[in-house]
Design a protein around this ligand. Sequence first.
Ligand code: SF4
Length: 626
Amino acid sequence: MFNQISEKQMHYVRWILTIGWAVLIGSLFYDPLTTQLTDSQNVQSPFHIQPECIHFQGACIHPSPYDMGARIFWGMVIPSAIVLLLLFGHEVWRRICPLSFIAQLPRALGLQHKRLTIKSTGEFVYEPVKVSKDSWLGRNYLYLQFSLLFLGLNIRLLCVNSDCLALGLYLVSTILLAMAVNYWYGGKSWCHYVCPMAPVQMIYTGPRGLLGSKAHQAKNNLTQSMCRIVDEKDKEKSACVGCKSTCLDIDIEKSYWEELHQPDKKLLYYGYFGLVIGFYLYFFLYSGSLDFFATGAWNETSQMETLFNPGFYIANHIIPIPKLVAVPLTLATSTGLSYVIGLQIEKTYKRITKSSNKTQVQRRIFSALTQVQHRILTTFSFLSFNALFFLGIYPSLSWLSYPVKQAFTWLVVIASAAWFYRTLKRSTEQYTRESRVNSLRRSLNQLAIDFPKVLEGRSLEELEADEVYILGTILPDLLQDKELLEEALEQKDADFSSQRETLENISQAIELTRCDLLRKPEITIPEPPAPAPTQGELYSVLNLELVQQEYLYLDALLAELLGPIGPPLLRHTALQASNIQDLVQRLNPHIPLPQLAEFQRRTSPLLQQSKVQPEGKKYLGLAAKV
Ligand code: SF4
């Protein structure tokens, strides 16, 4: 829904946020205002330091007033961005991110590194340089981004958590680096290949933020946070230069499913959970007090001077390991542990899934394993978000009044639970089906059919994605078989249960085809099925209410056999067959000659037993309604 907000409006929002950020960065260098807000005498201020003593490494300390710039940045700006990500997805954040906006400044000023290229027309043009998919950066950008995130959190704990000057220099250096990257490479290369916040955006958005839009079902081609400009006629148009092949600004769900099994994704999701835990745990390991973080006492004003002080205080003992070593040690241990635990969970879950799906076809097993991977990543995202909220954000909300703090907490809890529930149910098959819905709707609209009449008052636009997919995949074929349909409709007493076996026969026959094509010798020939129902039985099935159920069943079978969208030709061919013999003949042209004889030998037990009519004909019931 936020992708519909006009670029002009977003431009104003970006400017406001960028000015706000610039003021904040400026305040890190010079701040005559906020120190008194933290003064313990200033009880009117919600940020004042509590007068009670705070335990730190066995001693009782009274922190001195401090400038609030660092606290605003780490304790308010970053947590707000993370909550925003979960609620609205990456698409809002990536359109308003001030760093991304400033990083585009060189390009806005006409400064862009370009390379001379030859177009297919033979024309020579200067084009922005893109990160090649096969380059080191193109292959390892997620590792790089995660390493930078890890490094950034170490730097935060050691140098820039509360030292305003150091934080100011750190942010200015980051801005300069982002501008340099975007000068050298086109598009949003900083955001895609270097920015350490990008992995966090991926984790908390998953396939889609709670209120995020579905790019694959969008009615126009300006989806999600895709790069866009406003032309002279005040019309928005794409400004995409193709800096990333599966761009999450265009369709994050597509890139999510495509990269799901990549090892760098696993490191990201499993490791990030440990990184969050280790980061907040360190405040306790360092001070020996749970209050150290919650009270804001972590705002040590001279953070740089503590680098070689003892880095751990555990069980009332100072551990003489310098903080400079203790911080990376803690973060590396927690990240590593979490990564190993994640891999173990994945391995076990996949082993159980494989053994419980032993009898399934290979594609089905792969689909189940994809779903397992998706569930694990989603669970890690959910845990990471809640760990971050309850360990890091919630304790720092003491400046809010109690009802506001509770309301905010409940909002976050409910939102994260809703996101988790919805995301867990998502699947790559569902995404693929939904992706075809718009084109299927267009094709169906071209048929001379009064759909509201057939669909009990509902128009095509009101149908769910799955319904459109089913209708759009089958109906055009069915309309070609009206004669057969009318014949079939004359016999009404159907028994659907008997036909499932026939469906299985077809499915097995098709699966053998696939096995042969894929040369998978480990696939065994299925047992010959029980005698199939007679032709008469099959022709008397057109009870229209049941047609739809059976249709779904066959559709699921074929989806299982031929892929979520399947090679359309094979799928349609299968549905047009009038019996299994016919089915085999129709499929034969698609089978390479060397495998043909073997295929026929294997399918002969099925052929001998089968004199039945195709299950696809049952869907003629839909055509009958038409
Ligand atoms: S929309 Fe195009 S230019 Fe923009 S980030 Fe994506 S691939 Fe790059």
